[in-house]
Design a protein around this ligand. Structure first.
Ligand code: ISL
Ligand code: CA
Length: 545
């Protein structure tokens, strides 16, 4: 890579911005709140819950895709970028939602899925009708008479190869995700203009920015003759996804991001957060460095599994790893870059369930994760249901599983010779459906999941604490103790100092604080009656100096 490593990360002053101060809340519309009883969450449902979100202290909403889609991947396969999905409502509903969100002093960002479109998008239909025409150049179409040998060995994230063959058009087309999610060719300037126009359509409406789906995959490396290179089998063996080295950080990624920023985001002063799986800290610095004009923030995912594990492994997540990961980023990411802080999204099982399977610890772990999220340095992204203390859904059979990734993986595992039980066990550990079941708003439903109003109250309390102290938003960070299962750190600015003491493990221990004159302003409620000298399992305390 020829990219110059600038800026050099520094501890200079942090520029203030609304998106550094706000707490974001991710809504997966299909499973958020169903306002008309058809079983599917919708835009009116979100409208109904705006007061709840405002009361919680949320500053910005991120909506997972609400666009017209055949739902092969729940809306991440877009058929029409400028139309609302029928089940979710109408464009009028959307306009009202945006207006009412703004009225409550909150912002709204949408999901930008432009690495691929649905195969039902008009562009792809036209491309197949005439591969030589304008839209033919929007995708990776490879003419061929041979329907049995794909152009290369790349594989899809959702099992099997990454190429479809189209008999009538006599060509192959690339899909890194499902068979109905066709990769767009960003090397085509007309395609980039289409994307820019579409982004401007939404920004002109007053949308405050976008979360950008797998945005680091948009630039694919090419051979000298323009074809897509063969994936390295060794890397493929290690990473599962053969071919990934050719597109996870492609040759024109920085240029395309800069162009989109200059032509759409910057003129609207709009916010951007990229979903960038696989990029480490240094590449993330190159994408989010303030003077670079690319993205404001990214989601890096290395904290979601401990080393040696993947999402589909059934294992216990060790929070000591999270402590070390987050400490490294906070000390080295630099003040020109801003971290996103999150444990959950619509693609992952619930973090509480990864940390413990003992129900008596669910409450304390929920409180600990929240206290970390609102007192560490960065911008918190709450995923719907975090604030209810939700854990994984007790699925009992494949019939309850609908996600395309899980359905395909299950088939693949059976083909590889696993028994139905073994395969289901794997799915149960990692399925994205854990995050996609309707939120159990109503305590009286027969749903196996229950909400925990006491956890919601703690979210509200901690979000308010963060909002009223810049030390927690922009302040310095220093680790005071990181012995096994301990995490004690300090956050401070000219006005205030805080010390947070955490027990990251399931065994009780001796507390190390307080030292000097300070006030206890928060303690895991479950332990309020316990002696101060003892830290309960997963207990967290916040002291103010
Ligand atoms: O690459 C991965 C390894 O499993 C994943 O992290 C993957 O890149 C990531 O899940 C991408 O997610 C996003 O794009 C998908 C969509 O299904 C997800 O819901 C979305 O968050 C395709 O649009
Ligand atoms: Ca509905």
């Amino acid at each position: 890579n020829q990219e110059k490593a600038s800026p050099v990360p520094s501890d200079g002053p942090i520029t203030k911005a609304w998106w550094k101060e706000a707490v974001f809340y991710q809504i997966y519309p299909r499973s958020f709140y169903d306002s008309n009883g058809d079983g599917i969450g919708d835009l009116k449902g979100i409208l109904d819950k705006l007061d709840y979100l405002q009361d919680l202290g949320i500053g910005a909403l991120w909506l997972s895709p609400v666009y017209d889609s055949p739902n092969d991947d729940n809306g991440y396969d877009i058929r029409d970028y400028e139309k609302i999905m029928k089940e979710f409502g109408t464009m009028e509903d959307f306009d009202l939602l945006l207006e009412e969100t703004h009225k409550r002093g909150m912002r709204l960002i949408m999901d930008l899925v432009v690495n691929h479109t649905s195969d039902e998008h008009a562009w792809f239909r036209k491309a197949l009708e005439n591969p030589e025409g304008k839209e033919g150049g929007y995708y990776f179409l490879v003419p061929s008479e041979d329907s049995s040998n794909p152009p290369n060995n790349w594989v899809s994230f959702f099992s099997g190869g990454a190429w479809n063959y189209y008999d009538k058009a006599k060509c192959w087309a690339l899909h890194l995700f499902s068979k109905k999610q066709m990769d767009l060719n960003w090397d085509n300037p007309a395609l980039r203009r289409e994307v820019t126009d579409m982004v401007n359509f939404w920004l002109d409406k007053g949308v405050d920015g976008f979360r950008m789906d797998v945005i680091n995959y948009i630039s694919k490396e090419r051979n000298a003759d323009g074809s897509l290179p063969q994936g390295n089998e060794t890397i493929g063996g290690l990473m599962t996804f053969t071919g990934i080295e050719h597109y996870y950080y492609g040759p024109h990624l920085h240029a395309y991001l800069k162009e989109l920023k200059a032509n759409a985001f910057a003129p609207h002063n709009a916010f951007s957060v990229g979903e960038t799986p696989g990029l480490g800290m240094h590449m993330c610095q190159l994408i989010t460095g303030e003077e670079r004009g690319e993205l404001d923030m990214v989601f890096s995912f290395d904290q979601l599994e401990t080393p040696g594990h993947t999402r589909f492994d059934d294992y216990t997540y060790d929070l000591n790893y999270y402590r070390d990961y987050i400490t490294d980023w906070m000390l080295h990411y630099g003040n020109q870059c801003r971290m996103s802080l999150f444990y959950n999204n619509h693609d992952n099982p619930r973090m509480i369930s990864k940390v413990t399977t003992d129900p008596s610890f669910y409450g304390p772990v929920a409180v600990l994760l929240a206290a970390l999220q609102f007192t560490l340095r960065g911008t918190p992204f709450v995923f719907q249901g975090d604030e209810m203390g939700l854990v994984n859904y007790p699925f009992t059979s494949m019939e309850q599983i609908s996600d395309v990734e899980s359905v395909n993986l299950y088939k693949e595992l059976l083909e590889k010779g696993q028994s139905e039980e073994e395969a289901f066990h794997t799915i149960l550990a990692g399925t994205r459906d854990h995050a996609r079941v309707l939120l159990p708003w109503n305590q009286n439903t027969p749903l196996p999941q229950k909400i925990h109003p006491e956890i919601t109250a703690i979210y509200k309390e901690l979000i308010a604490l963060r909002a009223s102290h810049e030390a927690l938003i922009y302040g310095q960070f220093r680790v005071l103790n990181h012995k096994k299962d301990r995490f004690v750190y300090k956050r401070w600015d000219d006005k205030d100092s805080f010390v947070v003491e955490c027990n990251l493990g399931a065994a009780g221990k001796r507390a190390a604080f307080p030292g000097g004159s300070c006030t206890l302003i928060f303690r895991t409620p479950a332990y309020k009656k316990e002696p101060m000298k003892d830290l309960g399992p997963y207990e967290v305390r916040i002291w103010k100096y």
